[in-house]
Write a protein that binds this ligand. Structure first.
Ligand SMILES: NC(=O)c1ccc[n+]([C@@H]2O[C@H](COP(=O)([O-])OP(=O)(O)OC[C@H]3O[C@@H](n4cnc5c(N)ncnc54)[C@H](OP(=O)(O)O)[C@@H]3O)[C@@H](O)[C@H]2O)c1
Length: 277
């Protein structure tokens, strides 16, 4: 497994497992937990979930998947902005811990900027850290100006990541947000790296995929994995998809591949507002 270093020196896998839409249907839960266990066994031991997903159902699926392997996993969950007052953050985290069946979350994120003042949310994160309920905290869907505002909050420099939309079709962060984070040795966590499957069928991706004997989505994933300081969290509820995503780690893109992909999916030349799914 390729590793990425968090500020503070801890290493986490560059390729993890997303869970959005898991836990929504009771009949799918066992298969979803199997898919997560398969990923963990392949070394994709970073799991991203949120209180929002399946209204807590995804956290229950994750809890079932990791029951006998908690110590192998770097566990991430998120607080909804509407819950992110100081006390609300603590209460939301405690509810997540109960659904996950764990004593602590490794990384707890504010899901997107919301109505609570940042100082309130940060105070909640600090309470949770002091009580051993979370180890690290970070944010999600913060644009560069929001990261700059966070950085000057008291305690704001303890943020370890910003989880944002990033894939071949969504390269806006390359203009300023990604360089801003890289300059601070803060990994960016790329969500929806497969554009939720919609990159399948793209002609440029198909050509590159043909050269490597893999699928278009594996190339899309290999492209994000090729970036320094980026953690990637594709979601796969099917075992074959989990294995294909893991195999993307072994794909070495050539300069010809990168040029073809840059041509089809040009990098940004101007600042674009952060896109959110
Ligand atoms: N912070 C945020 O605001 C935010 C927003 C969105 C997502 N996220 C996180 O990021 C994770 C990933 O993003 P996402 O779920 O939106 O989208 P994604 O990972 O880009 O795509 C997931 C979709 O692709 C399919 N898929 C996965 N691997 C595949 C493969 N090898 N071949 C073909 N299809 C494949 C999955 O199908 P199957 O499930 O059927 O395998 C699923 O339908 C989420 O699950 C969540 O944890 C965070």
């Amino acid at each position: 497994m390729r590793m990425v270093t968090l500020p503070g020196g801890e290493s986490v896998p560059a390729l993890g497992l997303g869970t959005w839409h898991m836990g929504e249907r009771g009949s799918d839960r066992a298969a979803e937990a199997d898919a997560l266990r398969c990923g963990i066994d392949l070394g994709m031991t970073l799991i991203d979930t949120a209180e929002m997903y399946g209204t807590g159902g995804a956290e229950e699926v994750v809890g079932a998947a990791i029951r006998d392997r908690r110590d192998k996993v770097f566990l991430i969950s998120k607080v909804l902005p509407f819950n992110a007052s100081r006390n609300g953050t603590v209460e939301a985290c405690e509810a997540s811990l109960a659904r996950l069946g764990v004593e602590a979350i490794d990384l707890y994120l504010l899901h997107w900027p919301g109505p609570s003042p940042l100082e309130e949310t940060l105070a909640g994160f600090e309470d949770l850290q002091r009580d051993g309920k979370i180890r690290h905290w970070g944010v999600s869907n913060f644009d560069t100006s929001e990261m700059k505002a966070l950085a000057i909050e008291p305690g704001g420099s303890a943020c370890v990541t910003n989880q944002v939309l990033y894939n071949l079709a969504r390269r806006g962060i390359e203009f300023d947000l990604l360089p801003w984070c890289v300059a601070r040795s803060m990994p960016v966590m790329a969500y929806s790296p497969l554009e939720q499957g919609r990159l399948s069928g793209n002609k440029a991706l198909a050509e590159v995929a043909g050269r490597h004997g893999v699928t278009e989505l594996q190339i899309a994933l290999a492209w994000v994995l090729d970036r320094d300081g980026v953690i990637v969290i594709p979601k796969a509820g099917r075992l074959d998809h989990v294995r294909q995503n893991h195999a993307a780690l072994g794909i070495r893109l050539t300069s010809e591949d990168r040029t073809a992909l840059d041509h089809a999916f040009p990098p940004p030349s101007v600042k674009r507002p952060l896109e959110i799914l």
